[in-house]
Structures are given as structure tokens and as C-alpha cells.
Design a protein around this ligand. Structure first.
Ligand code: FAD
Length: 558
């Protein structure tokens, strides 16, 4: 059996190695258009920033070592320029321009994704880069080493854009991020992205949100970035991190079906519409396990998982179904860790799926043990059954283990009530007896069962205090740091039982405290004393204050 694999990094190299492990005698040809295979694309920003010092550490295998270990015919700088599923052949172009035809019994496409580069005036100027592979990395690194880079602009505030912002800062540049949306990190909700905004501003990163680049112009050794708003940012380097598109040109030209999101369509065995042609990784769309809708997911874990699974399906016949992925992702943004899994509220809204959400703020581990740090959790779930749809966590420590536990629950169809049942390893340096995700589960459970009606930060922004009483149950000292509405009534929780007479009973009461816990206690006190429409502000003042914070770069001019 002869296997032809297009693309030699995450999906392609994984599949090639797995095929070899299950078939010692197969002929395997791995075709890669670049110079490297099986390298750590996720580590590239950290090499640019100097965190990873040794370039060689990025390469898990060289083409020669991989070829030898797995007895694979690895051909770098060989670009597949056409495939013909009828004659089962691929046309390949070598770096010298010569071409040849290669035959196959089974073909795997793992060509990845290509960076979006809009046709803006000046976009091809010197000093403007995209980051996708080792060659891009070398170009950026060399630019940083040969130029005095005092200022950097990152266009696009996605995961990779933010990693680059941090690494350019690490390399000594003053960084500005230009982002078209009103928030960075599109896969998370605005209220959670606000933590990231605050952290970036604190680190001295300039944030240009809801701003679009109109054109670039090089003059006097600098790059001027012209925004549609009229603002001009002068910089020494620009990283374009606007997003990626699935690489589908080969599949399209071969008449292979492209799905509605623009990725290569594959069935549950990862076989394309053309028999014996399979596809994996960034290039494919698959069915989202929660929505059932076609989904593109540009992440390394699914590419590796699919690569292994598809090898089995190519060898054994279609035996293993791909379970799909729900977009579990994590990023380090300076000192902060930001992670997401499943569906944020904005996607649920888009899909018209009815949902409820909760915000909780806990400590990463027991508060009395040194080094405890804040950890904020947002859950999204079915308002009736509590079935988990998604989670987002922002914090400094222990974010990764929590998001992974929730991701497992979502993939197995779990609910917020299952979060309470998670048995976590506990000792003071690692967690609390009630872990932050158990707390999140308890809070969400109270919302689902109706024990704690909630109001969200957005709803409370437009509240008319004539019609609704806003009750602040924090201490007087805490209120000096800011209140939601200036004329909200402040009755500290410990005085509430004696002072309920001060709260009008003829209109709804929205209660808030610091993070939501005292608000919950207060709402129970009021409900059980006959107040009819009491709601607690989810996430308390902390969620409200961070999400309502004006994003301004004005302070940088002073
Ligand atoms: P790739 O790994 O991109 O491999 C595709 C290969 O196919 C490329 O080498 C390309 O040259 C080759 N190719 C394309 N067309 C042809 C052709 N016609 N002929 C021959 N060869 C061809 N994901 C995470 O989950 N976490 C992270 O922290 C993370 N960080 C990242 C940081 C960066 C800078 C980048 C670029 C990506 C990052 N990713 C991360 C995404 C992750 O790397 C990808 O999701 C994953 O590599 C996709 O695997 P793939 O096999 O589909 O494509």
C-alpha cells in the first residue's frame, strides 16, 4: 500500500508516523513544501521573543532523522500543485521548478491554513510580516536583530497576535495592538476579554480597539500605519495576525467538496468527498459536538488527534469515528493565562441557542497559603437542564487544569451539576477544599434551579434606579472604590436583617457585592422576607467594573 501525505507538520507527520507503526511495510511518501517538518509552530513566538533561546529546540525531528526513524520518504521543498483522484496521482513541483507525478493508493491532505493578508496599500512593505512557519520566524528574528526596534504594531488581537505582542515586548519593543473588534481574543466573551484588556494596558501595551488599518507607508526607515479613524501609528515592525484561512486550493481544484465554512468537507472518518482521499488539521471543517454545525478549529491538539486517527482509518478501512473538538484553547498573555472551551455566550446567541451564564471569582488556591492569585470563571449552560456549553477562565495560576476538566465534561455531555461532583486533588498550595470550578458549578446550579435569580453586568448598565432598587451590600469602605449607580442603596450584608425596612418592597431589587457571594446571601435574606423580584449581580462589582472599564490609550500621551 502506498500512502502519499501532503504537509509534514502537525497532522501530516503524526499520520505518517502512525501509519508506519501499524504497517511496517507500507510505502509512505511525505511531501512538504517548506524546509522543515514536524516542528513546534506553537513555539515560534517564544523563539522570536528570546524565551526559547536555541532555534534547534523548535525541531522535534529533521527530515533526515524522521525519514530514518520511521523509514519514510520525506521530501522537503516539494510542493504538491495538483491532485487527480481519478488516476490517483499528484503533481509535485521541486524547488528548482521541475515537476513530477507521484501515484498513491491513499492520499492525506494536511496542508494547514494560510494567513489572511488583505490587499491594503503598502502591505508588502519591508518590515511587515505574517507568522506561520519557520521561514517567517527567521525573517522576523533577523529584522529584530538588524534593526533598532523600539516600537511594534501587531494587527489582530487573537491568541497568536497577543503571544507576539508579549514576545515583542519581551524583545524590548513598545507594542501597540490594532484590533477591528471591540475586544481581543475573539473566542471569549467581552466580560472575560476585559481582564485581558486591563492587563495589557497595565503592561504598557497600547490597545486600539474597533480600529481598522487603512494602509501602510514606509518612510525614513519607519512604517506608518494609517487607521481609518485618522490615527497614524509610526513603528519599526508590523506583525499581521489577522487570522487564517483553511488551505483548500488543492482540494478545490481537484473537485473535492468544500464545506459551508470554507474548510475541506470530511465525513466522520475524516475522508473527503473523494474516495481514498483523507484530510485533517486546520484545512478541514467538522461537526461541532455541541452545535452539530460545521466548525473550523485552528488548533494543534485536534490536528494531532486527527492525524493519528486518520492513519488507522486509512490502514484498517474506516473504523474510527472522529468525535470532534470544541475549541479548547489556552494562551499566556504576559502574567495572565486565558483559556476557553466550548461555546461562549456570543456564539450561543449567534446560533440562537437559549443559554444562561455565571461569573465567579475565586482564588487559585487557599487564600492563606502564599501565592494565591485571583481566578475568574465564566460558564455558559442550558438554563433548564444545566447542560454545560462552555467555559472561559482567566487567572494567573491553575487555569490550565480547570479548563481541561471542564472541557472533558462538556465533551461527555456533562452539566453544571457534574462540576460539583468533580473530585479534585486538594492541599492548600494547589486548590481549596471547594475548588473554583466546584464553586462555579454551585453558583450555576443555583441559577438553574431558580434558587438564585441573576442579573448580568450588561443588563444593570441601563437600569433606571427609579424603577429598580440597586442594593450594594458591600462594606462602606468598599463602596469608596466605586459603585454601580451613584444612588444605589448601601446596606452592608451584616446590617441587612435589621435594615430591610429601608428597601422598597414595591419594585424589583438588584443586589450586588464584590464578587457575588454576599449578594447571594443578601438575596436569600430578602427573598425569604417577602421581597418578590430579587436578583443578584453575577460576578458582582468585579465583573461589572472590569467589563465597563473604558479602554483608553489617552494616558500614554501624558
Ligand atoms: P500545519 O502544522 O500548519 O502543517 C501544514 C504543512 O503543510 C505546512 O508545513 C505547509 O508548508 C505544508 N503544505 C501546505 N500546502 C502544501 C502543498 N501544496 N504541498 C506540500 N506541502 C504543503 N495551536 C495550539 O493549539 N496552541 C498554540 O499555542 C498554537 N500556537 C501557534 C503559534 C503559531 C505561530 C502558529 C502559526 C500556529 C499555532 N497553533 C497553535 C496552531 C497549530 O500550529 C495548528 O493548528 C496546527 O499546526 C495545524 O496542523 P496542520 O497539520 O493542519 O497544519
Amino acid at each position: 500500500m502506498k500512502y502519499l501525505i501532503v504537509g509534514g507538520v502537525a497532522g501530516g507527520a503524526t499520520a505518517a508516523a502512525r501509519i508506519r507503526r501499524i504497517d511496517e511495510f507500507a510505502e509512505i511518501v511525505l511531501l512538504e513544501k517548506g524546509k522543515h517538518i514536524s516542528y513546534a509552530n506553537c513555539g515560534l513566538p517564544y523563539y522570536i521573543g528570546g524565551v526559547v533561546k536555541n532555534r534547534n529546540m523548535l525541531f522535534m525531528q529533521t527530515p533526515v532523522s524522521f525519514g530514518k526513524r520511521f523509514n519514510i520518504d520525506v521530501r522537503i521543498e516539494n510542493t504538491v500543485i495538483g491532485i487527480d483522484p481519478v488516476s490517483k496521482t499528484a503533481t509535485v513541483s521541486r524547488s528548482d521548478g521541475s515537476e513530477y507525478i507521484e501515484t498513491y493508493d491513499k492520499l492525506l491532505l494536511s496542508p494547514g491554513a494560510s494567513p489572511v493578508k488583505p490587499p491594503l496599500k503598502g502591505i508588502d512593505s519591508e518590515g511587515i510580516f505574517t507568522l506561520r512557519d519557520v521561514s517567517d520566524t527567521d525573517r522576523i528574528k533577523s529584522w529584530l536583530q538588524t534593526h533598532e526596534v523600539q516600537n511594534a504594531v501587531v494587527v489582530g488581537g487573537g491568541f497568536i497576535g497577543l503571544e507576539m505582542a508579549e514576545n515583542l515586548h519581551q524583545a524590548g519593543a513598545k507594542v501597540a495592538i490594532v484590533e477591528m473588534a471591540n475586544q481581543v481574543m475573539a473566542p471569549i466573551d467581552f466580560s472575560m476579554a476585559s481582564h485581558v484588556h486591563l492587563h495589557l494596558l497595565q503592561k504598557g501595551v497600547m490597545l486600539y480597539l474597533e480600529q481598522t488599518v487603512e494602509r501602510f507607508e514606509r518612510s525614513n526607515g519607519k512604517i506608518n500605519v494609517f487607521l481609518k479613524s485618522g490615527t497614524v501609528i509610526t513603528t519599526d515592525i508590523v506583525i499581521l495576525s489577522i487570522g487564517v484561512r483553511p488551505e483548500t486550493s488543492l482540494a478545490k481544484a481537484a473537485g473535492i467538496k468544500i464545506g459551508e465554512t470554507g474548510g475541506i468537507w470530511v465525513n466522520e472518518y475524516l475522508e473527503t468527498s473523494s474516495k481514498d482521499v483523507y484530510a485533517v488539521g486546520d484545512a478541514v471543517e467538522f461537526s461541532h459536538p455541541v452545535t452539530g454545525k460545521p466548525y473550523l478549529n485552528f488548533l494543534a491538539n485536534p490536528a494531532n488527534r486527527q492525524g493519528r486517527l486518520v492513519a488507522d482509518n486509512m490502514f484498517f478501512g474506516n473504523t474510527e469515528k472522529y468525535e470532534g473538538a470544541i475549541g479548547t484553547a489556552i494562551a499566556k498573555v504576559f502574567d495572565l493565562t486565558v483559556a476557553t472551551t466550548g461555546l461562549p455566550a456570543k456564539r450561543l446567541k449567534q446560533f440562537d441557542i437559549s443559554y444562561q451564564s455565571s461569573h465567579t471569582h475565586s482564588a487559585s488556591h487557599a487564600g492563606y497559603y502564599p501565592g494565591s492569585m485571583p481566578l475568574s470563571v465564566k460558564l455558559t449552560f442550558d438554563p433548564v437542564t444545566g447542560k454545560l456549553y462552555g467555559a472561559q477562565i482567566v487567572g494567573y495560576d491553575g487555569v490550565d487544569k480547570r479548563i481541561d476538566q471542564i472541557s472533558m465534561l462538556i465533551k461527555s455531555g456533562g452539566s453544571v451539576f457534574d462540576l460539583m461532583k468533580l473530585e479534585h486533588a486538594y492541599a492548600p498550595p494547589f486548590s481549596s477544599a471547594k475548588d473554583p470550578i466546584a464553586i462555579a458549578g454551585y453558583v450555576a446550579g443555583n441559577i438553574v434551579t431558580g434558587r438564585m435569580p441573576v442579573v448580568h453586568w450588561r443588563d444593570i448598565q441601563s437600569v433606571n434606579s427609579e424603577e429598580i432598587t440597586i442594593l450594594d451590600v458591600r462594606t462602606r469602605q468598599e463602596t469608596s472604590g466605586g459603585q454601580i449607580i451613584k444612588n444605589s442603596i448601601n446596606v452592608p450584608i451584616d446590617e441587612l436583617r435589621e435594615r430591610t425596612g429601608e428597601i422598597p418592597k414595591n419594585k424589583p431589587v438588584y443586589v450586588y457585592c464584590g464578587v457575588g457571594l454576599r449578594g447571594y446571601l443578601a438575596s436569600q435574606i430578602l427573598i425569604q422576607r417577602g421581597f418578590a423580584q430579587v436578583k443578584n449581580l453575577s460576578g458582582g462589582y468585579k465583573t461589572y467594573a472590569i467589563a465597563s472599564m473604558p479602554i483608553t490609550t489617552d494616558f500614554l500621551n501624558h
